[in-house]
Design a protein around this ligand. Structure first.
Ligand code: DX5
Ligand code: ZN
Length: 214
């Protein structure tokens, strides 16, 4: 079954509670945290995740686009995240491993994310302990960018590794996902689709969520 994770990056932040209710039929709520260092954009931090937790029971999929994420695992877990994804490019491998261990200690689900430049094999040291792998299908930082076809091969390679080493692990894609691009990513092996503009830009939001599920 395909799961849909609306990204609140495309919501109206003044009316965030209203815009979260609009996507309540989806599977996960995708929350993009950006620090202005790992990516050029700055979005939201721990207090906003805390407020989101108070206004919804949805599964909070928190995508950390921040340098040295180990520093903030406990805080985002304490704020109510259900899953944290950290970028493999954001720190040395030893500290990525420590950050994953910290997620285990804090009781949140563990995920790693890959920028388009990162090869699929980078997940191998961690794969057996992961709940989800996030393959970026745009360069992280902004909503509304065009889907990178070239990432379909990475999705296929990650799917093959998941089948071999940890079949329960989910495979999420993020960036430029719409009812038009979704069939190709699901055929390549993705089972969780993040979408910002394709959901919040739609007239009929529940209809857009259904269209993405296929
Ligand atoms: C981009 C973020 C995405 C973003 C996707 O760096 O990680 O989650 O919201 O937006 P769309 O679906 O508009 O490409
Ligand atoms: Zn994201």
């Amino acid at each position: 079954m395909i799961k849909v994770a609306p990204s609140i990056l495309s919501a109206d932040f003044v009316n965030l509670e209203r815009d979260i209710q609009k996507v309540s039929s989806a599977d996960y709520l995708h929350v993009d945290v950006m620090d202005g260092c790992f990516v050029p954009n700055i979005t939201i931090g721990v207090p906003v995740v805390q407020s989101i937790r108070r206004c919804t029971g949805m599964f909070l999929d928190v995508h950390l686009m921040i340098d040295k994420p180990l520093r903030y695992i406990e805080d985002f877990a304490g704020a109510g995240a259900d899953l944290l994804s950290i970028h493999l490019e954001a720190d040395h491998p030893s500290r990525i491993a420590q950050a994953l261990a910290e997620m285990g200690r804090c009781g949140v689900k563990k995920a790693v994310a890959l920028r388009p430049i990162t090869s699929a094999s980078a997940i191998l040291p961690y794969i057996e302990q992961l709940d989800l792998v996030l393959v970026m299908t745009v360069e992280p930082g902004f909503g509304g960018q065009a889907f990178l076809e070239s990432q379909l091969e990475t999705v296929r390679q990650v799917r093959a590794m998941i089948e071999k080493y940890n079949p329960a692990c989910e495979l999420e894609v993020d960036g430029g996902i719409s009812p038009k691009t979704a069939p190709a990513v699901t055929a390549a092996g993705a089972n969780v689709l993040v979408a910002g503009s394709a959901i919040y830009g739609a007239e009929d939001i529940p209809g857009a969520i259904r269209a993405l599920r296929g």
